[in-house]
Design a protein around this ligand. Structure first.
Ligand code: AMP
Ligand code: ZN
Length: 680
């Protein structure tokens, strides 16, 4: 039939056109996204909201998933994909990465200038003054405008290959924009974290019992060395370019010009960089920022001064360690002297007693300081601190200032380790000789109670919305709550005694409490706050034992037989359940209707039992958390990234790159209906 042929013919032309359209659309979206990245990060002048930006990104991702033939390595969606790295290879820098010589006074800056002048007798010199950002340096390599690799400084000659992680830093372009791009260029700069992001991160880490980062440098460098690139994406790392390495295919004559070019190509450069024509201007700049550093969103520890002209730089050359054409001016440490008025003892959730110095308020680097942490009693001994001593304190990027030394002994008597808890008068002991920490061992300690209840009600544990600090402290103060089980005995009229608690708030809290009765066993176990039992361990324990009673009855050998449980954790679990209070608590939980069993019906085999399942995209009927929970209940394992060991990928709307990976690896993909059928 000729008509049919005709139709076919038209059909394939139509297909070509559709595919041409898709390709154009993808290119346009990529261009738009890069344009908005540049406005946001480089020019600090966004024209769309974060939400609108996400819409563009999602649209691009959806198209790429549907037409993977058009997905490219430099697409902004690369930043959304996860992946676990095996380790870091090393990369040799084309040009060596140097460190900087430090100066600590303006006099030293003048002598540096004199040395420079001696080597450039007939030169007129301009300088570029920059902020010295407290982060970690990275070397980005672009070839023909594409980011091809990224490395840490390492020993200066070779660094570690952190390309995959650097791609998750949104302020670093994967592709340069503009024209006259260099064939090849090494761009060096600082990966850093803003003060706010760092303190948020530290708060989360503290809640999870992980060690906190002492300063932005450690945080940035720790984050770049994470093996889980999805985690890197969450860390809110930022980048400022500040130095030039090897390059070709572009003409550059000055450092300042180089920085301007970078901005034009879409690479972020600090806005406070200044071209100075005299050394006096440079000193002005250092003074200015020494005074204004507190107002910045990120930490700086000094200024960096560079000879602007590249030819002059070349003439000056390098010493073994650093360029002769640049110098760092380090701000004086933010120190102050004050008096220790009192040493008080704080009690943590696990009863650990932490000494804290209450100081006579003093200004230190623009902030009024009233407290300094002393970490533990060994620290007090090491420093020899007594109440009323005059001390030197220092803030070095840390969140809490520390005491450096005693400068005048005024206290009469040495600090005594309290024998009793300052809050509940319970007994304070060092459990083992090798421990540094002393702790209050009274299980009914008020302070510990408050912290334990907050932990019990937290989002990762029983997730009782509305049980925040203010509510919990009132509940304890009014003697309405003295244990976890009391939470489940609260009545409306009890709650009406709380500040600002009217009908609506009362009902909300009661229903939040009620809902928490049905949380999975793993969350309850985690909520108990057994020492050394984190979220993951709680999950393992819940699935291995299946009920709280079986867990409570487990002995050391049984516990240690579990791969994820070490001897310290095993001992801590046995000790916990050996307490009569723990037995009583479980009985109370049971009569108050809390779920104490793992709901996974291990005997019932579903197609998900024992399977590793990855989710991507949005499901209509479940949140991600609910879906993962269902997998667990069916005896399966929710996993975050696709690998050969993955059994199923469940794809909802707008699936991410995991979908493509699954297709490439031939892993079975389920849509939402199929997933639901598997659950039955
Ligand atoms: P340091 O680690 O104290 O020897 O200081 C040298 C480091 O300062 C370099 O490796 C960079 O990572 C860092 N740095 C921060 N800001 C700048 C800047 N504006 N110019 C050059 N280096 C900088
Ligand atoms: Zn106590």
């Amino acid at each position: 039939m000729p008509g049919c042929l005709n139709f076919l013919h038209r059909g394939s032309r139509l297909e070509d056109r559709v595919s041409e359209n898709v390709k154009n659309k993808i290119e346009r979206l990529k261009r738009d996204i890069r344009f908005h990245d540049r406005l946001y990060y480089v020019l600090s002048d966004p024209k769309i909201s974060d939400k609108e930006y996400d819409v563009l990104l999602k649209e691009l991702q959806a198209l790429e998933d549907k037409y993977p033939q058009y997905k490219t390595e430099d697409s902004p969606t690369v930043r959304l994909s996860g992946g676990i790295l095996k380790g870091f290879r090393s990369i040799r820098h084309v040009e060596k990465m140097y460190s900087l010589d430090n100066t600590y006074s303006f006099d030293e800056i003048y002598s540096w200038k004199d040395r420079v002048l001696k080597n450039l007798p007939d030169g007129k010199i301009s300088y570029v003054a920059e902020l010295k950002i407290d982060g970690v340096s990275a070397n980005l390599t672009y070839r023909n405008g594409k980011l091809i690799s990224a490395a840490t400084r390492g020993d200066g000659q070779t660094g570690e290959d952190i390309t995959e992680n650097i791609k998750r830093v949104r302020s670093i372009p994967l592709t340069l924009s503009g024209d006259n791009l260099p064939e090849f260029i090494e761009v060096r700069g600082e990966v850093y974290m803003e003060k706010q992001s760092l303190s948020n991160l530290n708060r989360q880490r503290e809640a999870a019992g992980e060690p906190i980062f002492a300063n932005p440098r450690n945080a940035a460098s720790g984050s770049l060395k994470l093996l889980d690139s999805e985690e890197v994406a969450k860390r809110r790392l930022l980048f400022y370019a500040h130095s030039l390495g090897a390059y070709s295919g572009v003409k550059l004559s000055g450092h300042f010009e180089f920085l301007q070019k970078l901005k034009y190509w879409g690479i972020r450069v600090n806005e406070h960089v200044k071209l100075c024509h005299t050394i006096e201007d440079v000193i002005e700049y250092c003074k200015l920022w020494q005074g204004k550093r507190e107002g910045l969103a990120y930490e700086i520890d000094g200024a960096v001064i560079k000879v602007d002209n590249l030819e002059q730089q070349h003439k000056l050359g390098f010493t073994l360690k650093s360029p002769r054409w640049a110098i760092a001016y380090k701000f004086p440490a933010r120190q102050a002297t004050t008096e220790v008025m009192k040493i008080v003892f704080q009690v943590g959730r696990t009863g650990v007693i932490t000494p804290v110095a209450e100081l006579k308020p003093v200004e230190c680097g623009g902030v009024i300081i009233k407290h300094a942490t002393l970490h533990n009693f060994d620290e007090i001994e090491r420093l020899g601190i007594r109440e009323h001593d005059r001390v030197l304190i220092e803030r070095a990027g840390e969140v809490i200032p520390k005491i450096i030394k005693v400068i005048e002994r005024r206290g009469k008597s040495a600090v005594r380790i309290p024998k009793e808890c300052p809050v509940c008068s319970g007994k304070v002991i060092k459990e083992k000789e090798e421990d540094v920490a002393y702790r209050c061992i009274n299980p009914n300690c008020g302070e510990q109670l408050q912290r334990s209840i907050l932990h019990f009600a937290s989002r990762q544990a029983m997730d009782i919305e509305g049980m925040g600090e203010a509510v919990v402290s009132q509940l304890i103060g009014l003697k309405l709550v003295g244990s976890f089980s009391d939470i489940y005995r609260l009545k409306g009229k009890d709650l009406s005694a709380l500040e600002l608690f009217k009908e609506k708030k009362i009902n909300n809290l009661l229903s939040a409490i009620d809902a928490s009765r049905h949380r999975p066993l793993s969350r309850l176990i985690y909520g108990l706050g057994i020492r050394h039992v984190g979220e993951k361990a709680a999950y393992v324990l819940a699935s291995k034992f299946g009920s709280i009673n079986k867990l409570a009855a487990a002995d050391m050998p049984t516990l240690q037989g579990i791969h994820e449980v070490g001897p310290i954790m095993a001992e801590s679990i046995v000790d916990y359940f050996a307490q009569p209070q723990a037995k009583k608590l479980i009985e109370e939980f049971s009569s108050l209707g809390l779920n104490l069993k793992e709901e996974a019906k291990k005997t019932k085999n579903t197609p998900l039992t024992g399977k590793r399942v990855v989710f991507t995209g949005e499901l209509k009927n479940f949140s991600r958390q609910e879906a993962e929970e269902l997998v667990r209940q069916n005896g399966g394992y929710p996993i975050s990234s696709v690998s050969k060991a993955t059994d199923f990928v469940v794809a909802g709307d707008n699936p991410g790159s995991k979908y493509n990976n699954a297709r490439k690896m031939n892993i079975r993909i389920l849509n939402e209906q199929e997933f639901e059928r598997f659950l039955k």
